[in-house]
Ligand binder design. Sequence first.
Ligand code: NDP
Length: 484
Amino acid sequence: MKFQPTASHFINGEYVEDTAGEQIDVIYPATGEVIAKLHSATPAIIDQALNAAQAAQAEWAAMSGTERGRVLRRAADIMRDRNRELSILETHDTGKPLQETLVADATSGADALEYFGGLAASLTGEHIPLGGGDFVYTIREALGVCVGIGAWNYPTQIACWKGAPALTCGNTMVFKPSETTPLSALKVAEILIEAGAPKGVYNVVQGYGNVGASLITDDRVAKVSLTGSVPTGRKVYAAAADGMKHVTMELGGKSPMIVFDDADMENAVSGAILGNFYSSGQVCSNGTRVFVQKGIKEAFLNRLSERLATAKIGDPLDEDVNFGPMVSENQMNIALGYIEKGKAEGARLVFGGARIEGDGFYMQPTVFADVTDDMTIAREEIFGPVMSVLDFDTEDEVLARANDTEFGLAAGVFTNDLTRGHRIVAGFEAGTCYINTYNLAPVEAPFGGSKMSGVGRENSKLAINHFSEMKTVYVSMNDVEAPY
Ligand code: NDP
């Protein structure tokens, strides 16, 4: 098998196998063929990984920030040098077109390693004068062993978005990829070792949800960072709370995108395409509720349909292809099920709506119009290429409807009225907002959700606060005054 790794897990700087673990078949979504066979981590493997991470942590944290940063920046360079090879692997892991993976996966992982590597040397505490010569200083300390648990849509990126800030702060990591896409994170672990990370600093164990559950309840673990769905987030957050562990939760969404009648139509259509069909719609921040002001609704739908008709659906390894299969048969069936619900509840199908027959898990990009707020397709996260277009009349009305959801990951507005754009984002109940663009996630900017969509932020300097804590030291330069 072409993509069979040396072994299933990467622990203490080397590949490790335990065939007693449940078998995981890795399936290439474009053809349905099995491209690798792995094993889920047994309790012995989990123990080995946590021990390795724990043993490596003190030495790693004792290195200077400059040294740690250099390792991460070297890893970033290696990832960029191997971008094509890593992108081909990511395409086999996920089915995403190579046209996408070449620019969005190893490259964004490398950005995170470079950015956080660059910050490492500048992580400090502060000096706080108290008067009379007394003062406080703070020491920024690592948390310890961090567990990262990933979703299947961006396996390389998630492995780096969690690993880079964790390692920068002097933590070590045990990362569990989704069992649907287990291959890419192993390469991240290999590259970090090659870049000079001490053994045990970044470990990967494979497995289903039960492996994640064992990791987060272990006493050796100080922090859990999850990318996944809201139901999983609830369970993981509750389990972590029991041990009073730090958490970052990057969860799902049902984000609104509002298009006013003064918007640039071509840009709004582009935003709706990027925000619904990139990665075949399997992006957490997607703007899947597209509110279009009534006067331009039909023009918007016509232009959208014209442009969707030019999408190149096919072999993801063909660099001209820009729309690939769904990650798995299961995910395809979930999305197709929502299409049936949309039809049954009276939404108007204006584009797509069907599976594309073959061995791969392909379906058409799909657009429903005349969607109402109470329809299932407007309320639940689909995580597939299914766009709901809803009509609206006024600004106040659309903002209230946009916010009427338990989720709060992202939100976008297209308008050429400058003040309205800012007014709308001020009213959005969402962690990540866009004006006249959609779905950007550069490492320099905080990314994450409010409401049920998450806790904490990834990327940017804010991530440092989620992977370190402050020790406060009071220093007296005077005699101690006691009352008796
Ligand atoms: P899941 O929530 O099903 O799984 C996420 C990860 O958690 C997987 O590795 C899963 O393992 C693991 N897991 C499942 N149950 C438990 C448990 N009880 N304890 C510990 N770990 C567990 O999500 P998907 O993989 O299906 O990914 C899609 C979801 O991820 C969507 O809701 C999407 O919105 C969200 N997402 C959020 C992003 C963000 O940044 N906000 C970015 C990308 C995706 P296993 O797969 O083996 O079950």
